[in-house]
Design a protein. Structure first.
Lengths: 420, 131
């Protein structure tokens, strides 16, 4: 339960069952917010009891029963309070009979939860936290641990998110097809952010954190099961798998960052690459090419090269050009400039970067300096490259990135001294 | 009792560090990792963060209308916090011993350092019941 040992069978089971159980309770009581609290308490109770007493015969029904009992208690005390205040004499008390439990299951519930947690009224950080708790079946302590903030802060963040949902009066049901199409990008964005948080933090000294990248993959796998025809959901899952496949190779023995062209490719996870590539092939065949499929396609081209020299850069360049049309952003332009440099030489890449000099979205961002340093190094202008690496190092907010950039600068300094 | 160990530096110290050789950088990073791990293994680690560099540091105060007035011009002598560790130990002596270990972080040319580390007690939020 403490997030330090996330891989016990009980934890796996609870993460899978709790959103299903939550769906039943939320629908029955027509109150997502309280049902979610009740399910969290049921989860904690399961963590206390199951290791001692064994997993119940029907663990999902167990969770539903415990959460429902909690709900009924809450409703009763609420009714009693109102009776005292308004002298009301009767009020219906919703209850759940055990016999209803299995027939009450609706596979769509998890999808309803996902749309609810990624509601546009929420800030992204609240949507992420709520999604991990309600759909991911994680405890507040585990989520707080993953983001390295105090548990009380995380609990408050989740409770405020639920207040916003309550205030927005969205009913607990699946949005209509039109609304679903409009809101799916926000859902995918939340899943993507959970993954990239996990990916970025999988290095460094914080080794005992919950593996958010794995959780994001699990959640996206679930979303794909619920929306099997959607090419972007498949694209996102492919992107995660194709990126996660390089996990073992992207850091060295001292947790230092190892760039793509220096990685030991024999460490790449072949099974993940195969699964990602197959998913992507099916998705691309559907026609509507979106932002996640394109990023997955770029990751796939990298993953397919047995050695860095064999990377099909012209194809990557073509994909970045498409990506610039589908989802233009300064970061895409930066990556596009690298592809240009790899295909047409560093001068042409540097030319592309100039277009970003006055882009306010990148003002003060380290990546522009880092990429410029990289292209100047390719060009052989070590002195300017060192300057840009150091500027980037001073600006980055990531410690491993800072170490990497300073090491690059130091290496070039040594090379320069040897040459002169 | 909780203590915070603070590593401070002037802007020139940060710039000097950025110019370290590859070997010095590696030695420093390895030292810091080992230090944090040691604190965790011995059960005294509470928290640790490294801070962004002071290039964009701002001093902020509220104007009469409550809106922020920012000032980014600091004297060269100003010391900036570079990073901190919070530890939970039995007494001041232990905190000081650990701070001295941190102070020995290797500097230029791999020489054992003697960087100043500021040690301050972190106040507890519990009132002392005298029990």
């Amino acid at each position: 339960m403490n997030g330090q040992t996330p891989d016990t069978p009980i934890e796996h089971l609870l993460r899978e069952l709790s959103p299903q159980a939550l769906g039943v309770v939320a629908r029955r009581f027509r109150d997502f917010s309280s049902a979610e609290d009740a399910m969290q308490e049921a989860l904690l109770a399961a963590f206390r009891q199951w290791p001692r007493e064994g997993i119940p015969e029907n663990p999902r029904a167990w969770l539903i029963r415990v959460a429902s009992r909690r709900m009924t208690d809450t409703v009763r005390s609420e009714v009693a309070r109102r009776r005292r205040e308004t002298a009301m004499t009767t009020e219906e008390e919703p209850t759940i009979e055990p016999a209803d439990i299995e027939t009450d299951m609706d596979p769509q519930d998890t999808l309803v939860l996902l749309f609810m947690c990624c509601h546009p009224a929420l800030t992204t950080s609240s949507a992420i936290a709520l999604t991990l708790r309600a759909v991911g079946g994680l405890t507040t302590a585990e989520i707080a641990n993953a983001f390295m903030i105090p548990e009380a802060t995380m609990a408050q963040r989740i409770s405020r998110a639920k207040q916003s949902i309550k205030a927005s009066k969205v009913p607990f049901r699946l949005p209509a097809p039109q609304g679903r199409r409009e809101r799916l990008p926000a859902v995918l964005h939340v899943l993507y952010l959970i993954f990239s948080e996990g990916y970025a933090s999988s290095i460094g000294i914080h080794l005992q954190r919950l593996d958010l990248a794995r959780e994001a993959i699990r959640l996206t796998r679930g979303a794909r099961g619920l929306l099997p025809e959607d090419a972007e959901v498949a694209g996102l899952l492919a992107l995660m798998l194709l990126t996660d496949a390089r996990r073992a190779a992207r850091t060295g023995p001292h947790d230092e960052l190892i760039p793509l062209d220096k990685q030991d490719r024999s460490l790449w996870d072949r099974a993940e690459i195969t699964e990602g590539t197959n998913l992507l092939a099916v998705a691309l065949a559907k026609g509507a090419v979106g932002l996640y499929q394109l990023q997955a396609a770029i990751a796939a081209v990298h993953d397919e090269a047995a050695r860095p020299e064999e990377t099909d850069w012209p194809q990557i360049l073509a994909l970045y050009e498409l990506l610039q049309r589908v989802a233009p952003s300064p970061v895409v332009t930066l990556n596009h400039a690298i592809a240009v440099a790899m295909v047409h030489g560093p001068e042409r890449g540097l030319e592309r970067l100039r277009a970003l000099d006055n882009d306010e979205r990148l003002a003060g961002h380290y990546r522009l300096d880092a990429v410029r340093g990289h292209l100047l190094e390719m060009l052989g202008d070590f002195e300017s490259a060192i300057q840009h690496y150091r500027t980037a190092a001073a600006k980055t907010t990531s410690l491993p990135e800072q170490n990497y950039l300073m090491t690059q600068a130091a290496s070039l300094e040594e090379a320069r001294r040897k040459n002169s | 009792m909780k203590y915070i160990l603070m590593m401070n530096g002037k802007r020139s110290d940060f710039e000097g560090y950025a110019r370290s050789s590859k070997a010095d950088l590696q030695a420093n990073v390895a030292f810091m990792r080992a230090f944090s791990k040691e604190l965790k293994d011995s059960g005294v680690f509470v928290a640790s963060e490294g801070l962004g560099w002071p290039n964009d540091a701002k001093l902020v105060r509220a104007g009469n209308d409550g809106k922020p007035i920012t000032d980014g011009v600091f004297p060269e002598s100003k010391e900036f916090l570079a990073g901190y560790w919070i530890i939970d130990v039995e007494n001041t002596e232990q905190a000081v011993t650990i701070a001295a270990r941190l102070s020995r972080a290797p500097g230029a040319g791999g020489e054992t350092g003697s960087m100043p580390v500021e040690v301050r007690q972190v106040l507890s939020s519990h009132s002392d019941l005298g029990l």
